[in-house]
Write a protein that binds this ligand. Structure first.
Ligand SMILES: [Zn+2]
Length: 221
Protein backbone atom coordinates (compact mmCIF):
# COMPACT_ATOMS: atom_id res chain seq x y z
CA UNK A 1 0.00 0.00 0.00
CA UNK A 2 1.47 3.30 -1.04
CA UNK A 3 -0.60 5.50 1.19
CA UNK A 4 0.71 6.67 4.50
CA UNK A 5 -1.21 5.36 7.53
CA UNK A 6 -2.25 8.50 9.15
CA UNK A 7 -5.32 10.24 10.34
CA UNK A 8 -5.43 13.92 10.70
CA UNK A 9 -7.38 16.12 13.03
CA UNK A 10 -7.80 19.17 10.89
CA UNK A 11 -7.72 22.62 12.32
CA UNK A 12 -11.02 24.28 13.10
CA UNK A 13 -9.92 27.27 11.02
CA UNK A 14 -12.09 27.76 7.99
CA UNK A 15 -9.81 27.67 4.95
CA UNK A 16 -11.94 30.43 3.42
CA UNK A 17 -11.83 32.51 6.60
CA UNK A 18 -9.02 34.80 5.47
CA UNK A 19 -11.02 35.71 2.38
CA UNK A 20 -14.07 36.53 4.45
CA UNK A 21 -12.04 38.64 6.86
CA UNK A 22 -10.33 40.43 4.00
CA UNK A 23 -13.81 41.22 2.65
CA UNK A 24 -14.82 42.77 5.97
CA UNK A 25 -11.96 45.23 5.84
CA UNK A 26 -13.11 46.74 2.59
CA UNK A 27 -15.24 49.67 3.67
CA UNK A 28 -15.59 51.79 0.56
CA UNK A 29 -18.68 51.64 -1.57
CA UNK A 30 -16.61 51.31 -4.72
CA UNK A 31 -15.58 47.81 -3.72
CA UNK A 32 -19.08 46.74 -2.81
CA UNK A 33 -19.64 44.95 -6.13
CA UNK A 34 -16.39 43.03 -5.97
CA UNK A 35 -17.24 41.93 -2.43
CA UNK A 36 -20.58 40.72 -3.68
CA UNK A 37 -18.84 38.83 -6.46
CA UNK A 38 -16.45 37.14 -4.05
CA UNK A 39 -19.37 36.07 -1.86
CA UNK A 40 -21.12 34.71 -4.95
CA UNK A 41 -17.97 32.77 -5.83
CA UNK A 42 -18.17 31.04 -2.44
CA UNK A 43 -21.68 29.70 -3.18
CA UNK A 44 -20.62 27.09 -5.77
CA UNK A 45 -17.74 26.13 -3.48
CA UNK A 46 -20.25 25.61 -0.67
CA UNK A 47 -22.45 23.49 -2.92
CA UNK A 48 -19.50 21.37 -3.99
CA UNK A 49 -18.62 20.93 -0.33
CA UNK A 50 -22.13 19.74 0.50
CA UNK A 51 -22.38 17.43 -2.48
CA UNK A 52 -18.94 15.86 -2.16
CA UNK A 53 -18.70 15.70 1.60
CA UNK A 54 -22.21 14.72 2.48
CA UNK A 55 -23.31 13.09 -0.80
CA UNK A 56 -26.70 14.39 0.29
CA UNK A 57 -28.80 12.95 -2.51
CA UNK A 58 -27.35 9.46 -2.55
CA UNK A 59 -26.21 8.53 0.93
CA UNK A 60 -28.34 6.73 3.48
CA UNK A 61 -27.83 7.04 7.18
CA UNK A 62 -27.90 4.34 9.83
CA UNK A 63 -28.56 5.92 13.21
CA UNK A 64 -27.09 4.49 16.37
CA UNK A 65 -27.42 6.02 19.82
CA UNK A 66 -24.34 8.23 19.42
CA UNK A 67 -23.37 8.05 15.75
CA UNK A 68 -24.79 8.50 12.28
CA UNK A 69 -23.27 6.06 9.79
CA UNK A 70 -23.53 7.36 6.24
CA UNK A 71 -23.36 4.71 3.54
CA UNK A 72 -24.13 4.38 -0.13
CA UNK A 73 -25.35 0.80 -0.57
CA UNK A 74 -26.54 -1.85 1.87
CA UNK A 75 -23.39 -3.87 1.34
CA UNK A 76 -21.37 -1.02 2.91
CA UNK A 77 -23.11 -1.60 6.23
CA UNK A 78 -22.51 -5.33 5.97
CA UNK A 79 -18.85 -4.76 5.13
CA UNK A 80 -18.47 -2.45 8.13
CA UNK A 81 -20.14 -5.02 10.35
CA UNK A 82 -17.69 -7.71 9.18
CA UNK A 83 -14.66 -5.42 9.54
CA UNK A 84 -15.32 -4.27 13.09
CA UNK A 85 -14.28 -7.21 15.22
CA UNK A 86 -15.04 -6.01 18.70
CA UNK A 87 -16.99 -7.22 21.70
CA UNK A 88 -18.55 -4.48 23.83
CA UNK A 89 -17.98 -4.73 27.56
CA UNK A 90 -20.51 -6.26 29.96
CA UNK A 91 -20.83 -2.91 31.73
CA UNK A 92 -21.80 -1.22 28.48
CA UNK A 93 -24.28 -3.91 27.44
CA UNK A 94 -26.08 -3.71 30.79
CA UNK A 95 -27.01 -0.08 30.17
CA UNK A 96 -27.49 -0.13 26.39
CA UNK A 97 -31.09 -0.29 25.22
CA UNK A 98 -30.99 1.51 21.88
CA UNK A 99 -33.27 0.08 19.17
CA UNK A 100 -31.94 0.67 15.65
CA UNK A 101 -34.03 0.81 12.49
CA UNK A 102 -35.25 -2.81 12.09
CA UNK A 103 -34.62 -3.03 8.33
CA UNK A 104 -31.06 -1.73 8.62
CA UNK A 105 -30.42 -3.79 11.70
CA UNK A 106 -31.42 -6.89 9.76
CA UNK A 107 -28.69 -6.06 7.22
CA UNK A 108 -26.02 -5.60 9.84
CA UNK A 109 -27.11 -7.13 13.12
CA UNK A 110 -25.16 -5.84 16.06
CA UNK A 111 -23.51 -2.97 14.16
CA UNK A 112 -25.17 -0.29 16.32
CA UNK A 113 -24.12 -2.07 19.51
CA UNK A 114 -20.57 -2.53 18.27
CA UNK A 115 -20.18 1.09 17.09
CA UNK A 116 -21.62 2.63 20.24
CA UNK A 117 -19.78 0.07 22.38
CA UNK A 118 -16.50 1.04 20.73
CA UNK A 119 -17.11 4.75 21.30
CA UNK A 120 -17.98 3.98 24.92
CA UNK A 121 -14.77 1.95 25.30
CA UNK A 122 -12.57 4.68 23.82
CA UNK A 123 -14.21 7.32 26.03
CA UNK A 124 -13.78 5.15 29.12
CA UNK A 125 -10.01 4.87 28.44
CA UNK A 126 -9.49 8.61 27.78
CA UNK A 127 -9.01 10.52 31.05
CA UNK A 128 -11.45 13.42 31.35
CA UNK A 129 -13.61 12.26 28.43
CA UNK A 130 -16.66 14.59 28.30
CA UNK A 131 -20.00 12.90 29.05
CA UNK A 132 -22.06 14.81 26.50
CA UNK A 133 -20.81 14.77 22.96
CA UNK A 134 -22.41 15.76 19.67
CA UNK A 135 -23.35 13.02 17.20
CA UNK A 136 -20.33 11.51 15.50
CA UNK A 137 -20.88 11.22 11.75
CA UNK A 138 -19.14 8.26 10.15
CA UNK A 139 -18.78 8.29 6.35
CA UNK A 140 -18.10 4.92 4.74
CA UNK A 141 -15.95 5.38 1.65
CA UNK A 142 -14.77 2.76 -0.81
CA UNK A 143 -10.98 2.97 -0.52
CA UNK A 144 -7.86 4.99 0.15
CA UNK A 145 -8.36 7.07 -3.01
CA UNK A 146 -11.83 8.23 -1.92
CA UNK A 147 -10.51 9.07 1.54
CA UNK A 148 -7.85 11.31 0.01
CA UNK A 149 -10.41 12.98 -2.27
CA UNK A 150 -12.51 13.92 0.76
CA UNK A 151 -9.45 15.08 2.65
CA UNK A 152 -8.66 17.45 -0.19
CA UNK A 153 -12.10 19.05 0.23
CA UNK A 154 -11.23 19.91 3.83
CA UNK A 155 -7.77 21.26 3.07
CA UNK A 156 -7.91 22.58 -0.51
CA UNK A 157 -5.39 25.40 -0.13
CA UNK A 158 -2.40 23.49 1.25
CA UNK A 159 0.80 23.42 -0.80
CA UNK A 160 1.57 19.90 0.35
CA UNK A 161 -1.77 18.17 0.69
CA UNK A 162 -2.01 15.85 3.68
CA UNK A 163 -2.58 12.20 2.98
CA UNK A 164 -4.70 9.85 5.02
CA UNK A 165 -5.18 6.38 3.74
CA UNK A 166 -7.36 4.48 6.18
CA UNK A 167 -9.33 7.46 7.36
CA UNK A 168 -9.33 10.90 8.91
CA UNK A 169 -11.33 13.03 11.29
CA UNK A 170 -12.66 16.44 10.27
CA UNK A 171 -13.25 18.53 13.38
CA UNK A 172 -15.28 21.14 11.46
CA UNK A 173 -17.95 18.54 10.71
CA UNK A 174 -17.58 16.18 13.70
CA UNK A 175 -17.13 13.59 11.00
CA UNK A 176 -14.92 10.58 10.48
CA UNK A 177 -14.20 9.37 6.95
CA UNK A 178 -12.99 5.78 6.64
CA UNK A 179 -12.00 3.45 3.83
CA UNK A 180 -14.10 0.28 3.91
CA UNK A 181 -11.23 -1.60 2.28
CA UNK A 182 -8.97 -0.86 5.28
CA UNK A 183 -11.51 -0.67 8.09
CA UNK A 184 -10.94 -2.39 11.43
CA UNK A 185 -11.99 -1.76 15.03
CA UNK A 186 -8.52 -0.26 15.60
CA UNK A 187 -8.87 2.22 12.73
CA UNK A 188 -12.30 3.33 13.94
CA UNK A 189 -11.08 3.59 17.55
CA UNK A 190 -8.18 5.77 16.32
CA UNK A 191 -10.55 8.21 14.61
CA UNK A 192 -13.01 8.12 17.51
CA UNK A 193 -10.14 9.20 19.77
CA UNK A 194 -9.56 12.27 17.59
CA UNK A 195 -13.29 13.01 17.73
CA UNK A 196 -13.49 12.73 21.52
CA UNK A 197 -10.32 14.77 22.07
CA UNK A 198 -11.72 17.49 19.80
CA UNK A 199 -14.50 17.93 22.38
CA UNK A 200 -12.00 18.73 25.13
CA UNK A 201 -11.53 22.29 26.28
CA UNK A 202 -8.89 23.29 25.34
CA UNK A 203 -8.46 20.93 22.39
CA UNK A 204 -5.10 19.10 22.79
CA UNK A 205 -2.45 19.62 20.11
CA UNK A 206 -2.04 17.21 17.22
CA UNK A 207 0.96 15.30 18.61
CA UNK A 208 -0.84 14.62 21.88
CA UNK A 209 -3.95 13.50 19.99
CA UNK A 210 -1.96 11.24 17.71
CA UNK A 211 -0.25 9.49 20.63
CA UNK A 212 -3.57 8.76 22.28
CA UNK A 213 -5.13 7.66 18.98
CA UNK A 214 -2.30 5.22 18.28
CA UNK A 215 -2.37 3.92 21.84
CA UNK A 216 -6.12 3.33 21.51
CA UNK A 217 -5.56 1.02 18.53
CA UNK A 218 -3.57 -1.29 20.77
CA UNK A 219 -6.37 -1.37 23.34
CA UNK A 220 -9.00 -2.54 20.84
CA UNK A 221 -7.57 -4.99 18.30
ZN1 LIG B 1 -4.48 10.12 14.00
Amino acid sequence: MTCRWDAIALSRNDPGGSQVQAGKRRMDVKNHDSRKRSVLRLIPLGLIFLVIVYGAWAAQAFKTQWTLINYLINNDLQQMDRSIVFTPSEKFLKQYFFTPDPAQNALAPGLATKTDGLLYRVCSILPGCPKNQPFLKIFLLRDCQQVNQRLLVFSPFQDNPASACFGFFAAQANAVFVSLEDLSAGVLAHEMTHFLLSQFNPVPDHDYQEKWAQYMETQID
